[in-house]
Write a protein that binds this ligand. Structure first.
Ligand code: URA
Length: 207
């Protein structure tokens, strides 16, 4: 299942990020702002608990989101651009990181880093990566998380290509996808068209 977040603020900010002339600082800041708005959607169906508190007038039981039950997993390195804002909203969330590179011969993603919090199977896991392009690394990350015991997963990105969406839907039909847009296609280097370029380079100024 895919949710496209069509909110005008998201769409406006995405256009700003697509623009070639947007510099690294503005790109990073806008990504952070969009991450709040995407987080609002991706967390919408999280289960609320309750907490007994005292208001200045009475004692009572009120809605409470147990942040520690949530785990954000960033796919390095561009995932970190979305992670920052998510952590502002849910500061108690646990964080995992997955590092993957593409083997030039096989073109398959190879893991070079994996660090997850304990009891991943008990947590609501939200995987973040701004660009869902071929879907190879995202699908591999989801497979790794499942083999580590994760059971409840969501995938959040900024921009997707139809090819990447199809791959996740085929290989991980249980994982809902949240994105601001699905673009036209991939080019022969695996970049999303019209896209916004290399998200990692634009976040960190490494182009
Ligand atoms: N990764 C990016 O950063 N950009 C793309 O267009 C595709 C993958």
């Amino acid at each position: 299942m895919i949710t496209i977040v069509t909110h005008p603020l998201v769409q406006h900010k995405l256009t700003l990020m697509r623009e070639r002339s947007t510099d690294n600082a503005l790109f990073r800041e806008t990504l952070r702002e969009i991450s709040f708005l995407l987080a609002y959607e991706v967390t919408k169906t999280l289960e609320l608990g309750t907490r007994e508190i005292e208001t200045p007038l009475e004692r009572g039981s009120f809605p409470w989101l147990e942040g520690r039950r949530i785990c954000f997993v960033s796919i390095l390195r561009a995932g970190n651009g979305l992670l920052e804002g998510m952590l502002d909203l849910v500061p108690d969330a646990r964080v995992g990181h997955i590092g993957l590179y593409r083997d030039h011969k096989t073109l398959q993603p190879v893991r070079y880093y994996l660090k997850l919090p304990d009891a991943i199977g008990e947590r609501e896991v939200i995987v973040v990566d701004p660009m869902l392009a071929t879907g190879n690394s995202s699908a591999a990350a989801l497979t790794m998380l499942k083999s580590e015991g994760a059971r409840r997963l969501r995938f959040m990105c900024l921009l997707a290509a139809p090819e990447g969406v199809a791959k996740i839907e085929r290989e991980h039909p249980d994982v809902p996808i949240y994105t601001a847009a699905v673009d036209r296609c991939l080019n022969d280097k695996g970049y999303i068209l019209p896209g916004l370029g290399d998200a990692g380079d634009r976040i960190y100024g490494t182009a």
